[in-house]
Design a protein around this ligand. Structure first.
Ligand SMILES: N[C@@H](CCC(=O)N[C@@H](CS)C(=O)NCC(=O)O)C(=O)O
Length: 267
């Protein structure tokens, strides 16, 4: 992999599944109808720490978005970059108050996403990685560029999370979902009267809620969140994005059916 200044402005996204941070640029590009090259970086195979990938993002995290000679790797600001740098429908607000509200929700969602990630590791990533031989895990972890991430990968592989950590994560998810439900009772979209990056950043982290945390996603406790999920699953760009999934995010097709959202786009 190398950063080649693109002649025709066509961006390239190096990322994993349409899931969490990894998914943000994919949803935004498809909403805007921007053509791009998608390079799948397999998180389960630790490809985000390969020497080639580290040339694109020395921190060893996905996504990396290559545009001209630039490599952009911070996913939420990246969403705003894509929205502003490419043609297509605007995914932000024209006024200062709307943009403030949008960024406030992005920040809240990113913080709540840390708890979603604890549950995701516990249920999915941990078991997938633990299935590898120990020597291979050690070799892979040794390549991780930051100490902080080496420690969290090893902790997740070895002990997993304590019951306390899991409880706290579940509580934080529950609290965030009620907060969303209260706002979505008042308006159709998180930051106001239009679909915006706040909805995308939140959705990419919470699209699997009905499957992974059904206790917070019932008609009784979060009817407006369920309606919001249905509306986003009904967007053609959403399902076009999930069609790129090869592993974990394929579950989106099942979740769409669980929600009874329209099925125009097939897996
Ligand atoms: N600040 C970065 C963080 C990105 C991030 O944490 N990505 C995760 C996937 S959602 C990752 O690459 N994890 C793999 C690893 O840490 O090895 C952003 O928001 O883009």
């Amino acid at each position: 992999l190398a950063i080649h200044a693109s002649v025709n402005d066509r961006p390239a996204v190096y990322t994993w599944e349409p899931n969490s941070n990894s998914g943000k640029p994919l949803f935004v590009l498809n909403e805007k109808g921007v053509a791009f090259d998608y390079h799948y970086i397999d998180l389960i195979e630790f490809e985000q720490h390969s020497p080639d990938y580290l040339r694109l993002n020395p921190l060893g995290t996905v996504p990396a978005f290559i545009h001209g000679s630039k490599s952009l790797t911070e996913s939420t600001p990246l969403c705003e970059y894509i929205d502003a740098a490419f043609p297509g429908p605007s995914l932000t607000f024209p006024d200062a108050a709307g943009r403030y509200e949008m960024r406030r929700w992005c920040r809240l969602a990113d913080r709540a996403a840390e708890s979603v990630s604890v549950i995701g590791w516990h249920l999915h990533l941990g078991p997938m990685v633990r299935a590898k031989p120990r020597e291979e895990i050690e070799r892979l972890v040794a390549r991780i560029p930051t100490r902080e991430r080496r420690i969290s990968w090893l902790a997740a592989v070895d002990g997993g999370f304590s019951d306390d950590q899991l409880d706290q994560a579940r509580q934080a998810i529950g609290a965030f979902v009620s907060r969303m439900d209260a706002v979505l009772a008042q308006r159709a979209w998180l930051a106001g009267d239009r679909f915006s990056l706040a909805d995308i950043v939140t959705f990419t982290n919470f699209y699997a809620l009905p499957m992974s945390s059904p206790e917070f996603a019932s008609e009784e406790v979060a009817p407006h969140v369920l309606e919001w999920l249905r509306r986003i699953y009904a967007r053609p760009a959403t399902m076009r994005t999930f069609s790129l999934a090869r592993g974990l995010a394929r579950r989106a097709f099942e979740i769409r059916d669980m929600l009874g959202a329209p099925r125009e786009v097939r897996p």
